[in-house]
Design a protein around this ligand. Sequence first.
Ligand SMILES: Nc1ncnc2c1ncn2[C@@H]1O[C@H](COP(=O)(O)OP(=O)(O)OP(=O)(O)O)[C@@H](O)[C@H]1O
Length: 346
Amino acid sequence: MDLHIRQLSKRYGAVAALDQVDLDVESGELVALLGPSGSGKTTLLRVIAGLLHPDDGRVLFGENDATRLSLRERNVGFVFQHYALFKHMTVAENIAFGLRSRPRSRRPDKATIARRVNELLGLIQLPEFGGRYPEQLSGGQKQRVALARALAIDPNVLLLDEPFGALDAKVRVELRRWLRNLHEQTGQTTLFVTHDQEEALELADRVVVLRDGRIEQVGTPDEIYSAPASAYVFDFIGRANVLDGHVEHGHFVAGAHALHLPTDTTDGAARLYARPHDIALTAVDEGLPAHVIAAHRLADRITLELHVDGQARAFELDFVATPDLHTPTPGDRIGLRPLRYRVYPA
Ligand SMILES: Nc1ncnc2c1ncn2[C@@H]1O[C@H](COP(=O)(O)OP(=O)(O)OP(=O)(O)O)[C@@H](O)[C@H]1O
C-alpha cells in the first residue's frame, strides 16, 4: 500500500524532532530513512506506526487518513533493534502471534495460521526452526523471526528501525542482502531506519536524508551519492575533502587555481567537495599545489594525507597502486586535479 506523510511535526520542548515533513512512498517501495543520531528517524517511524501522536500533520495509508488510528487499526508490521521475541513462545508461536490475537471475527482458523507460519518459516529460510525457543537462536536468526512475525499479519507497511543494529558487521551485511532479496519476493512497502549510509545505499530503492527533523534530500541511492543536494548530504554519505574558495564567472577559484563548473552556481564564497578517490595526481604546476604529509598503504590501495597550499583543512587522496606508478612520499610536492566534485555556497 502507498503511504503519504503530510506536514508532520512533533516537538519535545524546544526540540523539533519532526518539522513539517512531507513524504510519499509508493506501494512496494523500500525506502531508507537515513540521518545521524537525533535527526528524527525513529520519531517519524513511530508516528507512522501509531506509537506516537504528532502535534500536527497527517499520515495516510492509501487514501485513508490513519492519523487517529491506533497501532492495531493501522495494521503495520514493525521490527525494532530491541524489540525482542516473546521468550516463552516457540518461533512458530511468535510468528503466529499477530494472527492469533486478532478479534475472533477476523482471526483465521488454526490450519490457515499453521500454513501461514510454515510459509513464513520458508521465506526466512528457517524451515526447521518452528519448535525452537528464541534463546536457541543466533542474533541474526532472531531478527529474521521478528521479521516473519511482522509479515504474518500482511501489514499495510513494514517498519524497520535499525533491525540489524545490534549485530556484528559481517552478519549485518549478510542480512541486508537477504532483506533486499526478501523484499523482492514479498513486494512489501517498507520503511527502514538506519544511520549507516552504506546500508541505506545498498538496500533501498530511495533514500530520505534527515537533518534536525527536516528532509534534506530524497532520491535514489545513485542520486544521493552522485548529486548530493547539500554539503550536509555530501559529507554524510561518504568521505569528503573540502576546499575553501569562491565562485566567479562559472569557475571555482582556490588560490591561483580555477576549476570549471558545469552548472550555474551563484558567485560568492563557496566550498568544493570531492571524494578521496575522485582526485587525480598531476605535476605540481598543473593542478592545485600540495605537499604530502603521510602515505598509508593497505593492500593495493594507497591513501595520501595532504596539505593543499592556502587551505586550512587536511586533504586525502586514494588511489590503487600499480607497478609503474611512483608513490609520493612525505614532503613531496604534487599537484591535484579533482575529477568529480560539487560546489556549495559557503
Ligand atoms: N521522548 C522524548 N523526549 C524528549 N526528546 C525526545 C524524545 N524522543 C526523541 N527526542 C528528541 O527528538 C529528536 C529526534 O529523536 P529521534 O529518536 O527521532 O532521532 P533518531 O534520528 O532516530 O536518532 P537515533 O539514531 O539516535 O535513534 C532528538 O533530538 C531527541 O533527543
